[in-house]
Design a protein around this ligand. Sequence first.
Ligand SMILES: *[C@@H]1O[C@H](CO)[C@@H](O)[C@H](O)[C@H]1NC(C)=O
Ligand SMILES: *[C@@H]1O[C@H](CO)[C@@H](O)[C@H](O)[C@H]1NC(C)=O
Length: 395
Amino acid sequence: MIILQVTIFLVIWTSKCAAGPNILDKIIPEDALLNFTDLSKKYGHTAEEHNVVTEDGYILKLFHIPGESKKPIFIMHGLGDSADSYVLRGHKSLAVTLANAGYDVWLGNNRGNKYSRRHSNLNPDKDNKFWQFSFHEIGIYDLPAMIDFVLGKTKSDKVDVIAHSQGTTAFFALLATKTVYNDKINVLAALGPVAFLGNLSPPISTIAITGPVINQVLINMNVEEIAANETAARELQTRLCSLGFIGGNFCRFGLIFPLFGFDPEGLEAEFAPIALAHFPAGLSRKSLVHYDQLFYSKRFSSFDFGPSMNLKIYKSFGPPDYDLNKVTTRIALYLGRNDPFAKIKDAELLKEILPNVVEFKIIDSNKWTHVDFAWANDMDKYLFPLIFDILKKFD
Ligand SMILES: *[C@@H]1O[C@H](CO)[C@@H](O)[C@H](O)[C@H]1NC(C)=O
Ligand SMILES: *[C@@H]1O[C@H](CO)[C@@H](O)[C@H](O)[C@H]1NC(C)=O
């Protein structure tokens, strides 16, 4: 059943929608309609927008909320997400909280999301090549471009990093591959870290098992971009979630929240139309395929192109593992007991291999889920004190 739901959602998510103004627009909460810059302004900070071009031509949007006193901090979002998540909780958002505390806050947007759907010579609407990326390219191209931009602008040697989910995967790939970046990061706070996926459990593992089938359906439909900004599903979600009692139930018990972990206290129904108006913000089919490969192989390795292509690219039949021994930067790992993606067992494997884990904390709530790291209304109670602790410890 869940497989059918996922397939249907992927199909709806990939169909474009050009709906005009609707009577329901009246009851959509304001924050559902505001973008990053508008939300920052509403909650007290003027954000700057910067365009950063990667070595391979992607044009990324990097946001900056200038701080008064402290060092630069770079925040990197998760799969299909955007910098929006860090201002969505208004005055209780991570970016706003850090800025209020004086930190100089920079927020990335990876290639292909709604803010970074641009390239110097590829057209995302026409060129499939634009979408041939996973956390690997985000790690080895997007992150270095943005980190170097931040270091250059702030004339700093090092930056503190807070990354969530795929943001952490991309950083592990970067730090294992382009090792000079280990010296450019002071401490990496990894929220819901994802590298090994061998311990997933249902329903996520059930979906992961059928990944190759779903992937083939998408390939046959010529779908490379998933969950873009202007899709039928986004319209539908925003509208349904704004509709009183149907909205509450649809949004809480629909597809999204059960998949990401259910925490009705941290994620109240009223927040659903706001979250779902900003998420998902677009991702590539290949991003999902790469994660599915990690699930099947129980290893943290580069993309598997198939034996003959692998031989050409890697000079071996299988994809090489990322060498996590080379990740020498300080890493703080934060886990949730109710997180279906970043499993505590998988994080323990990671902790054993990474040479410089300075913190391993399980959030002090039984309900803490994968999305709570970005969205929970009680982040100020459970998460922010831990983040401030680690930033101060290595100040
Ligand atoms: C956000 O929306 C405002 C209009 O409300 C627009 O001027 C601005 O360019 C938008 N910013 C981004 C990053 O899309
Ligand atoms: C996302 O879609 C909405 C509605 O279709 C549009 O108003 C907004 O500008 C889009 N945002 C970006 C960043 O493209």
